[in-house]
Design a protein around this ligand. Structure first.
Ligand code: NAD
Length: 342
């Protein structure tokens, strides 16, 4: 059993802790939290051991008479791998603590690539993570782009990829963030950082990205325009996307014409927290003209990196091939193309 701890327990961390509990080869030792808030209480009800992030946190647990199992430093004594799910760039300040404790660490896409010098998407570079001490799982947008582009690269090779990202302004519970009534250039310059982030995984790929932020909380939507090295029929392109792990195709004719419909579908499918772990492509948007391919891609930012984190834990721990790990992860999270009835 791989002993796993999660540091930072909110959007990504809480989902990850639940996913770790579902793995037959992993044991969730505990989670570390800053505040003894409602999430800490629910975690305790789920019989998850909650640790305080530091002395100050421990004090705030004591102040509300909530018992913490110890501090992050105590948790680190008991785990093989710590997954850092703290806010952007906080992970970097935690790395020396993990180094001192002698544990392996998985970081998130809010950290710079240079923190680990290795950025991870399971189907692109699982094998290269073997024996790495620290791995960074890329952001939600980069994960989705890498999965979809990996499919096209396999099918026909990519001459160049261009993507416009319409990004959600905030996660559903981030009440202090905007925009409320604007489309914000994010950033106003081209390219956005996503292109370089994709290249941190798919080395040398000719990709340019542009991004805007909109008043939406549930999902991102990408518009992709890809030039293939070899001409391919629409059928070949659709087949490539359909056979790519963790990419699903949906059809607007069944009523799925928006990100809201996707979230509704995930709810109706009984997905926990309406989570969509897959990158979603609209089948009817896939258009091919000579060697140019166009399509829409939707990304559930809160969920898409969860399977990648689980695979990253296995990849640094050894014992599984890419295919074996992805299968165990997917089975545990009910990820299968057949799950999407469209
Ligand atoms: P979040 O703000 O929802 O959760 C972070 C939690 O960590 C909060 O509860 C916060 O109180 C806690 N925290 C802050 N400092 C801490 C510390 N020193 N020790 C322990 N806990 C601490 O953040 P998130 O959205 O889960 O993002 C976590 C990481 O995942 C970031 O790198 C982010 O870029 C990345 N990511 C986020 C999303 C998303 O859409 N939310 C998607 C993909 C990747």
């Amino acid at each position: 059993m791989i002993r796993v701890g999660v540091n930072g327990y909110h959007t990504i961390g809480a989902r990850l802790a639940d996913a770790v509990k579902k793995q037959p080869d992993m044991r969730l030792i505990g989670v570390s939290k800053m505040q003894p808030d409602y999430r800490a209480r629910i975690a305790a009800e789920k019989e998850i051991d909650v640790y305080a992030a530091n002395e100050k946190s421990l004090e705030s647990f004591r102040n509300v008479k909530m018992t913490a199992k110890g501090m992050l430093t105590d948790l680190l004594q008991k785990v093989d791998v710590i997954v850092d799910a703290t806010p952007d760039e906080v992970g970097a300040s935690n790395k020396p603590i993990y180094e001192g404790a002698g544990v392996k660490g998985i970081f998130q896409g809010g950290e710079e690539h240079s923190l680990t010098n290795f950025s991870f998407v399971a189907q692109c570079n699982y094998g290269e993570a073997a024996n790495k001490r620290f791995v960074r799982v890329v952001s939600c947008n980069t994960t989705a782009l890498c999965r979809a582009l990996h499919a096209l690269e396999r099918a026909s090779g990519i001459e160049k990829a261009r993507a416009v990202l319409v990004r959600r302004g905030a996660d559903p519970d981030e009440v202090g963030k905007g925009p409320i009534d604007a489309v914000v250039l994010d950033p106003p310059t081209v390219p956005s950082h996503h292109a370089a982030d994709v290249r941190s995984v798919m080395k040398g790929l000719n990709i340019v990205t542009m991004a805007v932020k909109v008043p939406e909380t549930h999902m991102h939507l990408h518009t992709l325009l890809v030039t293939l090295k070899k001409k391919a029929s629409r059928e070949v392109v659709v087949d490539a996307l359909e056979s790519e792990p963790r990419v699903v195709l949906v059809d607007s004719k069944t009523g799925v014409k928006s990100t809201a419909a996707l979230i509704d579908m995930a709810r109706e499918m009984g997905r926990p927290r309406n989570d969509i772990y897959e990158a979603v492509v609209w089948r009817d948007s896939v258009s091919v003209s000579d060697n140019e391919v166009y399509f829409f891609l939707a990304v559930h930012q809160e969920a898409i990196v969860i399977p990648e984190n689980i695979d990253a834990i296995r990849a640094v721990s050894g014992g599984y091939t890419e295919a074996q790990s992805m299968k165990v992860t997917d089975d545990s999270l009910s990820i299968s193309p057949g799950a999407w009835k469209t």
